[in-house]
Design a protein around this ligand. Structure first.
Ligand code: T3D
Length: 258
């Protein structure tokens, strides 16, 4: 696919997907949703870590409000089910870690796209806004799933109802994201994190994602059984063998992702 609304760069096992409609704060139109889905699926097949970021001063301003079609006949249920849900599933089901490198404001579905990633790293000047109530909507694109789970109901509800801008630092302090980084060191930080993941035990990372995500719906017994099964699989990987041998040899492990 020849991308028009994003760029895709693969180097050293890291796929960097950059939303690229800076004039509209990288708002999501139908073409960008289709291209992003393609890029995420492509990265899942050829990268060992994926980074999602934005061009210009925004990460993503959510739905392109100029691309909603006729407001009298718009079918938001279809739009969400057919065009947003596959994006969130592609991130959750991606067998390699996905980092959101949030370079600027992330609003509406753009905020929840960022928060769907496995690791969220934000520049200090970035912010998160559940902008939906300003236009008469509820948080979508996974907002009502992820916010109560990461923050608890009190903060999730406040963010949804007031639609305040949450600074990157506050998001980090509240446990909504992994880390906020000063602007000067932002790109170097996410690149280093992505390189670390791309050189890690990819098979174990895939199963870590699975175990963490399934734990939200499991009781303890189910989760312990799942851990045992997945760890059994990890125990049969080359990377496990390499990790143990490297420890015993007192040298850094060289993981192949197998
Ligand atoms: O509606 C449906 O189809 C259902 C789906 C819903 C999912 C959703 O995501 S709903 C939420 C949609 N997003 C928003 O409501 C956010 C709207 N944008 C803003 O609130 C602000 O633009 C920001 C807080 C993101 C940034 O503010 P600021 O002051 O830094 O920039 P700005 O001047 O408002 O925006 C810069 C330009 O981007 C401007 O265009 P212009 O005037 O320079 O030609 C603005 O219109 C454009 N822009 C920003 N957000 C969007 C957008 N254009 C289209 N869609 C946007 N979402």
């Amino acid at each position: 696919m020849d991308y028009q609304t994003l760029t895709y760069d693969l180097a050293d096992g890291v796929a960097v997907v950059t939303l690229n409609r800076p004039d509209v704060m990288n708002a999501l139109n139908a073409q960008m949703r289709a291209e992003l889905l393609h890029a995420l699926r492509r990265a899942a097949g050829e990268a060992r870590a994926v980074v999602l970021t934005g061009a210009g001063r925004a990460f993503c301003a959510g739905q392109d409000l100029g691309d909603t079609g006729n407001l009298n006949t718009i079918n938001l249920e279809r739009l969400l089910r057919d065009e947003y849900t596959p994006l969130l599933e592609a991130i959750a089901d991606c067998p390699v870690p996905v980092i959101s490198a949030v370079n600027g404001v992330a609003a509406g579905a753009g905020a929840n796209l960022a928060l769907a990633a496995d690791v969220v790293i934000a520049a200090d000047s970035a912010s998160f806004m559940q902008a939906f109530s300003k236009i008469g909507l509820i948080p979508d694109a996974g907002g009502t799933y992820v916010l109560p789970r990461k923050l608890g109901l009190a903060k999730a509800m406040g963010l949804a109802l007031f639609a305040d801008k949450l600074s990157a630092r506050d998001a980090s302090d509240m446990g909504l994201i992994w880390e906020a980084v000063d602007d000067a060191g932002f790109e170097a930080t996410w690149r280093a994190r992505a390189a670390h993941l791309a050189n890690g035990p990819t098979q174990a990372f895939a199963r870590t994602k699975q175990a963490m995500r399934e734990s939200l719906g499991n009781d303890m017994q189910e989760q312990l059984m799942l851990e045992a099964r997945l760890q059994g699989e990890c125990g049969r990987t080359r990377d496990f063998r390499e990790g143990v041998l490297a420890f015993l040899d007192k040298r850094p492990a060289s993981f192949e992702g197998r």
